[in-house]
Write a protein that binds this ligand. Structure first.
Ligand code: SF4
Ligand code: ZN
Length: 320
């Protein structure tokens, strides 16, 4: 039986010729993440890094590792949790985050849909149904969440927003966008989003760009960061799940294919990705960055009759 290639201890990880015990796997994983940060110039000394934390294993691992190395990287770290207000799901993941954070002891900030928009996602969906509007949870949730991550990172005083997307997430999105002919979206899959030409836009980085999902899972388990597994009750994502299974099956038959798919994405970005920052307008209502005249958040809130709540909240937190 194979033993850890560094120390001969019992292995927990074996992939593409590498065999590690838990101690050396941890070192391998952390080195790889730090190398990704340096290779793609994701973080700079003196930056205040806001981490989008959902309470799941990936974002807890990212918070843990950036908090652990914050002095070496010369950064300040704050976790940002968005509470959409999904009963039986987000309340539990927030509880799990608080439990784990007793040990990590990271600064964090929680912003809820209810505080900002006046209603939880559950109640927004009820209202939407009553008004005869579409009731697809993920449309509201995705738009509002992205909006609050950017706004929230600014409220906290962050310079950069780090998300825990891993290699599997990224190549799934890559193939998904190929299959749905959403070529424009592929060009947003950089490890570091280009700074948009808008003063209110916080650029995003993905320090787990080159680590596999099974690696973040193992890292989370070894470091006691693996929370209860709970799925969002609204999660549809059937097509993404099909793509995930398809890639995993390919990987089983062709070990290392996931890296090849990532390399294909990187070559595409190199060749077609714009080096110019995209042009972004200010929303006519809330002033936040948008590619339209009025941002999608304001449009949704206007239809729901909730726009005033956002204006009040923005007034309360002051000029941003
Ligand atoms: Fe929001 Fe949809 Fe994700 Fe649930 S599955 S958290 S509703 S985007
Ligand atoms: Zn707006």
């Amino acid at each position: 039986m194979d033993r850890c290639m560094e120390c001969g201890e019992e292995p927990v990880y074996k992939y593409l010729g590498k065999v590690y015990c838990s101690k050396h796997f941890t070192k391998y994983f952390e080195d790889k993440t730090l190398e990704t940060i340096s290779k793609y110039k994701l973080l700079r000394r003196g930056e205040h890094v806001v981490i989008a934390v959902s309470g799941g294993k990936d974002s807890l691992s990212l918070l843990y590792i950036l908090n652990k190395y914050r002095e070496r990287l010369g950064i300040r770290v704050t976790a940002l949790l968005i509470d959409e207000g999904i009963k039986g799901y987000r309340d539990i993941t927030i509880e799990d985050f608080k439990e784990v954070n007793k040990r990590i002891n990271a600064e964090y900030r929680l912003i809820s849909y209810e505080d900002v928009f006046g209603l939880s996602l559950d109640d927004i969906l009820k209202l939407s149904r009553e008004k005869g509007l579409p009731t697809y949870a993920c449309s509201y949730c995705g738009v509002f969440r992205r909006y609050l991550l950017n706004l929230g990172a600014r409220v906290i005083g962050g310079d950069v927003l780090a998300t825990a997307h891993n290699l599997d997430d990224i190549i799934q999105t890559y193939l998904l966008n190929i299959f749905t002919n959403s070529i424009e979206r592929i060009l947003h899959l950089h490890p570091r989003t280009e700074s948009a030409s808008h003063i209110k836009f916080i650029h995003r980085v993905k320090p787990f760009y080159e680590v596999l999902e099974m690696e973040t899972t193992l890292y989370a388990i070894i470091n006691g960061l693996y929370p209860r597994f709970i799925e969002c009750p609204y999660a549809p994502e059937a097509f993404r799940n099909d793509i995930r299974s398809f890639i995993n099956q390919l990987e089983e038959e062709n070990p290392g294919i996931k890296y090849k798919i990532l390399n294909s994405l990187l070559a595409t970005l190199e060749r077609y990705g714009s080096k110019e920052p995209p042009r972004i307008n200010s929303c006519r209502i809330c002033g936040e960055p948008t590619s339209q005249e009025i941002c999608r958040t304001c449009r949704y809130l206007e239809n729901l009759g909730l726009l005033n709540n956002l204006k009040i909240w923005i007034n309360e937190v002051g000029q941003l």
